[in-house]
Design a protein around this ligand. Structure first.
Ligand code: ZN
Length: 283
């Protein structure tokens, strides 16, 4: 479709808002109202925002606003220094699955966790991730909540996720079977020499569950909180979106921007307007 033919105010069907993008200035109720104002049809809330609002209240507000819940962010963080910590993580992930079901979310995003405090053994952390995921698969399948593993850029291997490439995430999916797939987040995967091959592989296996977009700024001033608005960085967004669609992905482009010094400080209405405009012009 030609960009020129698009209605800039109404074409938000394939746009989803990850609520992290405006989380600093709006609570969940304000975000939901903002989505209605800006004609946004889908949302991915974060669990802490949902908890603050109250799970039941959040579910009602989202439903009343007519919003689809493309996913819930997030579960994961399986590795821990001892058995008790690992069990706590498993229990928390089971609750996250229940919350996703209550919200009518299409899936639960998992950031799998990194090295437990005081440890250096990344292979062990990775096997703990496999064990933790194995322990929750049955509950996820029973609740019909697919799990979406988000491989994170390797710079987060120690403290957030020791699953760092799509190949690694898809290998995990293959070991775990049905009811599991991946989040393809351009911020984490744009650099991967296997990008095209692994997106195609994921599509073949029906594992492309979520597509996150933002941009990679040069220079990047903070490892976590300096993500760019689409179009302001060096990621070939249209090219990656085309790979996703060629692989059979028909879901939303979900905008997820952590930006402590820039976008989080701006008027959230301006942020949403910009997200929608950039989604149409550069993604
Ligand atoms: Zn993401």
């Amino acid at each position: 479709m030609s960009d020129m033919l698009r209605d800039l105010s109404g074409d938000t069907a394939l746009f989803s808002l990850n609520t992290a993008t405006v989380r600093e200035r709006w609570d969940l109720a304000e975000i939901i109202d903002g989505c209605v104002r800006h004609n946004i049809s889908s949302i991915t809330p974060w669990r802490d925002q949902v908890a603050k609002c109250g799970l039941g209240e959040a579910a009602i507000r989202i439903q009343d606003a007519g919003l689809a819940v493309t996913s819930l962010c997030r579960g994961g963080y399986f590795p821990a220094a001892n058995a008790e910590g690992r069990q706590t993580a498993i229990d928390d992930n089971r609750r996250a699955i229940d919350e996703a079901a209550t919200l009518g979310a299409a899936c639960l995003v998992l950031v799998v966790g990194g090295l437990p405090d005081g440890t250096k053994d990344i292979e062990d952390a990775r096997s703990q991730v496999f064990d933790g995921m194995s322990a929750i698969m049955e509950h996820a399948r029973a609740c019909q909540i697919p799990l979406a593993i988000e491989p994170l850029h390797p710079m987060y291997a120690a403290d957030r996720a020791c699953v760092n490439t799509m190949r690694q995430a898809l290998d995990l999916c293959d070991e775990l079977g049905e009811g599991i797939g991946i989040v393809a987040d351009v911020y984490h995967i744009w650099w991967d020499p296997e990008l095209a091959d692994q997106i195609a592989r994921a599509g073949n296996d029906n594992r492309l569950l979520v597509f996150h977009v933002c941009d990679w700024l040069v220079p990047t001033n903070h490892l976590f909180l300096d993500r760019g608005m689409m179009g302001d960085g060096i990621i070939e967004l249209k090219k990656i979106r085309a790979m996703m669609e060629t692989a059979g992905y028909r879901g939303s482009c979900e905008v997820e921007i952590f930006s402590a010094d820039d976008w989080w400080k701006r008027d959230p209405d301006e942020v949403l307007r910009t997200c929608i405009e950039r989604h149409q012009s550069v993604v």
